[in-house]
Design a protein around this ligand. Structure first.
Ligand code: SF4
Length: 254
């Protein structure tokens, strides 16, 4: 008999979404461990390595009391904890985040159908570089929050071609997709405009969120005046370009 798939997990908890289109809504966060990038502004340094360790599982939604379990966890265990959590409070979405969730497509392709079957809606937060993994995991109607990586901001060296392929795959699947670019004072505006152009070539009606980098860790966000100018430039390419800081940090929520 095959072993059940396992997932490397950092934490499961209930919280207010602080970024993107569904900011303010209550979501279950499934934070997976491991990421293949190293963005300079990363605010999840403890979730970057995909390796055995402790996973923190909140005992009740919002209690901020946690059980510790040994990760990787069998998908069946993860599913039952999430479904039980949802039975205690109906959340808007299961937000699958990381790290980079799409480095564990096998486990997710077993977990997410169970969650959908129990009535949950799936929101995937991804760096947007793995179209093949996305096709294994996502379905029409899922929500995909796709990062647009800008080398002048993150120094992560992401190839825009892989991002373009990813966005194309997300649209083909029939997911509800929006894009999010972290920007800082080091941003090269030409790089941002180029990204807006390839997004608009795929779908000019897509929303792009410009997310000023958080000041923690020595990162410097653009000034308010610079943001106005950047937004105006990008709106000429993508009309629905919005500026949205990380609301959960403003309210002191992790
Ligand atoms: S993709 Fe996300 S998790 Fe990975 S290094 Fe960048 S910010 Fe951190």
């Amino acid at each position: 008999m095959n072993e059940p798939a396992r997932l490397f997990i950092s934490e499961i908890f209930s919280a207010i979404q602080g970024e993107g289109r569904y900011v303010g809504s209550r979501q279950i966060f499934l934070r997976l461990s491991g990421c293949d990038l190293r963005c300079s502004y990363c605010d999840e340094p403890d979730s970057l390595e995909k390796k055995p360790g402790h996973a923190r599982i909140e005992t009740r939604p919002g209690s901020r009391e946690f059980d510790e379990m040994e990760s990787p966890l069998p998908v069946t265990v993860v599913a039952s904890r999430i479904v039980e959590f949802e039975s205690q409070l109906a959340h808007r979405f299961l937000s699958v985040t990381g790290g980079e969730p799409l480095i564990q497509p096998a486990g997710l392709s077993e977990l997410l159908p169970v969650c959908r079957a129990s009535g949950m809606k799936i929101a995937l937060e991804t760096s947007g570089t793995r179209p093949d993994a996305l096709r294994l995991v996502a379905e029409a109607g899922d929500i995909i929050s796709m990062d647009i990586k800008l080398d002048s901001v993150d120094s992560a060296g992401v190839d825009p071609v892989s991002q373009c392929e990813f966005l194309s795959a997300a649209i083909e699947i029939g997911a509800e997709v929006y894009c999010k670019a972290v920007i800082s004072a080091s941003l090269d505006a030409d790089e941002l405009r180029e990204a807006a152009k390839w997004i608009a070539d795929l779908d000019p009606s897509l929303t792009l969120y410009l997310q000023p980098v958080s000041e923690a860790g020595g990162e410097v966000p653009p000034s308010a005046g610079a943001l106005l100018g950047l937004q105006a430039q990008v709106m000429e390419i993508l009309s629905d370009t919005r500026v949205l800081p990380q609301v959960h940090k403003l309210m002191g929520q992790k």
